[in-house]
Design a protein around this ligand. Sequence first.
Ligand SMILES: [Zn+2]
Length: 82
Amino acid sequence: MINCPICDAAIDVEEDELDEGDPLICEECGANLTVASVDPVELVADEASANDDEDEDFDDFDEEEEDAEEEDAEEEEEEDWR
Ligand SMILES: [Zn+2]
């Protein structure tokens, strides 16, 4: 039995049929995995897919910060006009 390195779920594949470099997808967490070695079987998470989550978090944070700054600037302008 092979387990996902991300969520530790059992992945339903035949170890005998794996080749080094084979791509796999964990059905539990959707991680893109690559067979790093076959003896013993070792899976590694695809770095690109792992980084996607981090990038999304950073994007959300940046957007919130920018929105807050823009609102402050608009309020100041309105006060100047009055
Ligand atoms: Zn998983």
